[in-house]
Design a protein around this ligand. Structure first.
Ligand code: 2HA
Ligand code: ZN
Length: 283
């Protein structure tokens, strides 16, 4: 809590009431209840305006400095709220201060300054490199991007075992499973090779793809999504996951007998004013 002078009266703004904390609590709870983040699965990072942070926290009061293993100079000074390493999304709502942290990328670019949270001495998610690299990449193509979200969406994950991993083929199947998919992610989804989680290598591969698509599949692991707000990124993952669920049922029911044709998809794109990824429709 930070004491603030308001007309001569000292008041304290409770960070637990901050909209960005509430949004993090809500989204992690939803991810848990969908079954997409078992145990310590999943991680979320949310880029915050300095002004929003300083309403609740004194930016000169650094709780501790936490080293990181990659170069974040491109976003030094930027503030994020980040889920904690090893923390269970199931527990965020009962103890946000232990399971979340507000941090600023330090001037050296090699560490972060913790301003609030991780009260048990914890650290930011082990996927911080993939997240921050994805923020940097995404901001280069969309300056309004704020959120990177990773989860283990069940049916999407399952599809990475049974479906061709070619991004065009993967995207086309998702587009065909629900009419809304093409409208929600006309740029398609990317797929990276299987790589070690938490590594800079997986961070670089993910971030590179984030310049082209807001959804990136991690085979045999899960999905990454980005967006300007929680609704956008959650909605993206939810829509792709629903399509993957339908695909699972369709396969279980004996396979595709009819589907959306490329002509249907083209008409849909025209009706909703979206441009399907070039070369992804056979027209
Ligand atoms: O943070 O999901 O990919 C837990 C994970 C790692
Ligand atoms: Zn994961």
């Amino acid at each position: 809590m930070r004491p603030i002078k308001n007309g001569g009266i000292i008041v304290s703004k409770n960070i637990l009431e901050a909209p960005f904390v509430k949004e993090m609590v809500e989204v992690t709870t939803n991810l848990y209840h969908h079954g997409w983040d078992e145990r310590n699965g999943g991680n979320v990072t949310y880029l915050l305006d300095e002004k929003a942070v300083t309403e609740y926290l004194d930016p000169t009061k650094v709780v501790r400095n936490i080293p990181m293993d990659f170069d974040g100079s491109a976003i030094k000074g930027k503030y994020f709220i980040v889920t904690g390493s090893g923390k269970y999304f199931k527990n965020v709502k009962n103890d946000p201060a232990c399971n979340l942290g507000v941090l600023r990328v330090a001037d050296d670019g090699q560490s972060v300054d913790l301003l609030w949270g991780y009260t048990d001495g914890g650290k930011p998610t082990s996927e911080l490199p993939a997240h921050l690299m994805s923020h940097i990449a995404r901001l280069s193509v969309d300056p309004e991007n704020r959120i990177v979200m990773h989860c283990h969406a069940t049916h999407l994950l399952a599809m990475t075992f049974s479906h061709d991993l070619d991004p065009r083929a993967f995207t086309r199947t998702l587009w065909q499973m629900c009419t809304e998919c093409l409208v929600v992610f006309p740029e398609g989804v990317s797929v990276i090779p299987w790589l070690i989680p938490g590594s800079n290598e997986i961070g670089k591969a993910t971030a590179e793809k984030m310049k082209e698509t807001r959804l990136v599949m991690w085979p045999q692991h899960g999905v990454y999504g980005v967006g300007r707000d929680m609704d956008e990124v959650y909605g993206l993952i939810e829509t792709a996951e629903k399509a993957a669920q339908v695909y699972t049922y369709v396969q279980a029911q004996g396979g595709i007998k009819q589907t959306l044709t490329d002509e249907n998809l083209k008409k849909l794109a025209d009706a909703f004013g979206v441009t399907p990824r070039a070369g992804y429709l056979n027209l």
